[in-house]
Structures are given as C-alpha cells and as structure tokens.
Design a protein around this ligand. Structure first.
Ligand code: FE2
Ligand code: FE2
Length: 482
C-alpha cells in the first residue's frame, strides 16, 4: 500500500463516517419535524454536501451492510465511540427495511434524499423486512428517484470481514454501551436521581461475558481512552481490568458480576462534588483536596441510598468506601479501627491505580507509560497496593501492556497488541509494526509479529529495546485497534 492510497483510505473513512452521521441526522430530524422545519432543512443541506463531496472522491458510493459492519466501497467503516449512535441507528434502520446495499450516484439531488428518507420513514410497521424492501423500491421508482438505489443483503460478497474483526466489533459495542450507561448513572446522581441498577447490571454482564470469551479484545479497548469522557471511560476501564483480574483469580461468573458492579461504581461519590473541582487543571489547594478526599464517603452514602429497594451487593459499597485506603491503611478515609481491606476493594484499587496513572487527564497532561506505572506499583510499597494483585495485573497485561509503543532493535517502532502467548516470555509481547526502519509509516493495523518466536538458530529477529511515547512519533495508538 503506498502512502497515497493510505491517505485516500483515511479520507474515505472520514468522509464515509460523515455521510453516515448525516444520513442518520437527516432521517431523525425528518421523523421529529415537518419537512419545512429549519432543522430538517439544515440536516438535508448537510447530507447533500457530504454525499456530493464523497461522490467527487469516489464517483459512485456503495454502502454495504455485512453483519453489523458497514462498508463504503471496499473500505470498512470503523466504529468509534463518538459515532456509535449514528452507526447503530443506520444499521438498524437499514435492517428493518431489508436493505443490505444503498447505492448513491454522482449528481444526487437534494430532492432525492428528501423523498427517499420520507418514504423510508413512512413504510408500514406491520410488514416484514422483505415486503418493506419491495414497497420501498416501488415507491422510489414512483417518486422518480434515480440516483439512489437499494438492494437486499446477500447480494454482495464481504470484502474483508473475518472472525477476528467480528470479535473486536462486538467488544467495541460492549465498551461503548458501558460508557453510555456509566454516563447515565453519573448524570442521574448529579441531578439527585437514584439510577436503576437493572440497566447497569445488564451492561456489566455483557462486559463480564466479553472478558470470559475474549479477554484480549476488550482489555485492548481500554487504550482508547477519551480525554473528554474521562469520568465514564475510567469507570468502564476499571471495571474491565478488575473483572479480568478476578477471572484470573478464579472468581466465578456471579462473583464477577458483583465485582464489575463494584468497580464501575467505585468513584460514584465524585458525581456529588463540584464539577469544576473534578476538571480543575491547576493543583488543588488544601480545602479542595479535602473535598476531593470526601468522594469515598459520598460514594458510600450514595450507594446505600441506591440500595434501598434494589439489589446492590454490600461489597460494592465497601469498595467505594475503601478504594483509597491503601493496604497499610495510610490512605483516606482513615479507618477508626484496624481492618483488612476486602478482596473486591484490593482488586478495584489496583485496577483504579493503573488506569488513573496511564490516562491523560486535565491535571496530568503527560500520562505515564504503562510499563513505568506497573514498575512503580510493584516496587513502591508506599503506593499501598496488594503486591499479589499487582503481580496478577502484570501477568494479565504483560510487562508491556497493550497499546504501549516500543522501539525494537531493528530500528522499527511498534505498538503492543497483546502479551506473549508464552508466560515465561512476558518481555516478548505480540506487536503491530507501525514505523519501518527507514522511518516510513506502516498503515494501521500493521503486520502482527510475535516477538517470542525465535529464528532457527535460537536468536530472535526482533527484541524490545525501550518504551517510547507514541506522541513523539506521531502514532495514534487507537488506530491500531479500531
Ligand atoms: Fe477514587
Ligand atoms: Fe477512580
């Protein structure tokens, strides 16, 4: 693949995403308002503009649905957290009308989009998808729509879908859903509402199922940390790490559900603090720091209240209360009597410490590299983590956790894609090559290489020399996982 085709591909992805988002936007506003409404007109303007610019790039646009994936011409549209709603809305709309292929031709008119979306929105609910597709095609012909065409799914071959991608897509949906649920819970508490635990539990069950089924895809997603959504992605990441650790320790599925819930809610007390304090960029003064330190207490009170009439395990409340106490009890809040921290607390604390330190946040513009965080957690007893659980975390993530950017002795730069399949070789992870020895960029996702596979003479073709910062080399780690 040449540099130019990589660039075209990126451009197609970007414009393709914009097109899907604008189809979704126009269809929704047409459903809510009459066609003369300004919001509808704006949405149609935007839809026309995105389709015209994509046609200028590609000539004809073919949007295909295969399973839950969307392809535009031969390029798969990657699901991101920001366009999750638009993507899934588009997929379910198309599926409900039996449409597997939508073709848009150059010269498309605004009138055609408007008529198409109106017809789509007016198809009778009681028909099955095949009947709806027939009717849709008939009505499109009557309305003289010539530059848009629809066909059933199965009319085309799948360009490059494979089992691995399907697993990753599923993991992404689980992750995005977890973030959405966490956001609702935090907003609810901020507004003084007690969220229902039922929806929360369902989201956690999906995360646990995913960890049981394919630990690597879901833990890899924790590298897609979103700066603006820190509060919510942090809770979901802590949940994923805690559950994956719990699984290693042999907890059963029901215990993992409870642990996941405890982890997702560990910082819920922060929802009751002033939001300016949470996002403050400068260092906190004494009184601000004291407020911040009250979040375990506020969390405990919130969860007790949430427990009324609902089923919420006590261990979740305990984890919210104890997660900053440290194993030697030198943290906060200070306990009155000696105590031993519960297992859930110790697990949540390790997952929390790791995620917080590796994330870029307002007051931490340069995140620590993951390997340095693990070293610090392991070697510095002052951090107050349970050493056995830190060891388990290192075994889970490898010395170089997924998403770490490494320099190899071949002068290549790579992104870690998973721990070594051989537990004796944690320093030789699976990597995806990102930059060639010449300095030339390799288009994501790059070639997958297992550094623990030796040459015939027992030497290794590639070895990690040191960890580097992806920013320094212009590498967007998320591109290697999306
Ligand atoms: Fe906390
Ligand atoms: Fe936290």
């Amino acid at each position: 693949m040449t540099e130019a085709t990589v660039r075209d591909d990126a451009l197609l992805r970007q414009s393709g995403r914009a097109l899907l988002v604008s189809i979704h936007g126009a269809q929704r506003s047409l459903k809510l308002y009459p066609v003369e409404n300004a919001a509808v007109q704006r949405a149609l303007d935007e839809l026309l503009a995105t389709s015209v610019s994509l046609c200028a790039l590609e000539g004809v646009i073919e949007i295909r649905l295969t399973g839950d994936s969307i392809f535009i011409n031969q390029t798969r549209m990657r699901l991101g957290l920001d366009n999750f709603a638009a993507f899934s809305g588009f997929v379910s709309l198309m599926k409900s009308c039996g449409v597997g292929l939508l073709r848009v031709e150059d010269g498309i008119a605004r009138r055609e989009w408007q008529a198409f979306l109106s017809i789509l929105g007016a198809l009778p609910e009681q028909l099955d998808p095949t009947e709806r597709l027939d009717l849709l095609q008939q009505r499109m012909q009557q309305a003289d729509i010539i530059r848009l065409a629809v066909a059933a799914s199965g009319d085309s071959t799948t360009p490059d879908a494979d089992g691995l991608d399907e697993g990753l897509e599923r993991a992404k949906r689980t992750y995005a859903h977890g973030v959405a649920v966490a956001r609702d819970v935090v907003h609810g508490v901020r507004m003084g509402r007690m969220p229902s635990t039922r929806r929360l539990k369902r989201a956690i069950q999906t995360i646990v199922d995913q960890v049981m089924e394919n630990e690597l895809s879901i833990t890899g997603l924790t590298t897609l940390r979103d700066y603006d959504e820190y509060t919510f992605t942090h809770s979901v990441n802590v949940c994923i790490f805690a559950v994956a650790l719990g699984k290693r320790l042999g907890l059963d599925r029901l215990q993992l559900y409870d642990l996941g819930l405890a982890a997702l809610l560990h910082d819920i007390g922060k929802a009751r603090l002033d939001q300016q304090l949470i996002t403050k960029e400068a260092a906190l003064d004494d009184s601000e720091w004291r407020s911040m330190q009250s979040h375990p207490w506020l969390g405990t009170l919130t969860l007790f209240k949430m427990r009324e009439g609902q089923d919420l395990p006590y261990r979740a409340i305990l984890a919210a209360h104890e997660h900053h106490m440290k194993v030697d009890l030198s943290g906060y809040p200070r306990p009155v009597r000696p105590r031993r921290l519960g297992l859930f607390t110790r697990l949540v604390a390790v997952a929390d410490g790791y995620d917080a330190a590796t994330t870029r946040r307002v007051y931490q513009s340069v995140p620590w590299e993951a390997d340095a965080v693990l070293k610090e957690m392991w070697f510095n007893p002052g951090r107050g983590y349970d050493p056995t659980l830190v060891k388990a975390l290192i075994n889970l993530l490898g010395i170089y956790p997924v998403g770490t950017c490494v320099i190899l002795d071949t002068f290549e730069i790579a992104v870690v894609a998973g721990p070594s399949p051989d537990p004796e070789q944690l320093h030789r992870p699976l990597v995806r090559l990102a930059i060639a020895p010449s300095g030339e960029r390799i288009p994501p996702p790059g070639q997958l290489v297992d550094l623990s596979t030796p040459n015939a003479d027992g030497t290794y073709p590639r070895t990690v020399v040191k960890v580097t910062s992806p920013d320094r080399h212009g590498i967007v780690v998320g591109d290697f996982f999306i």
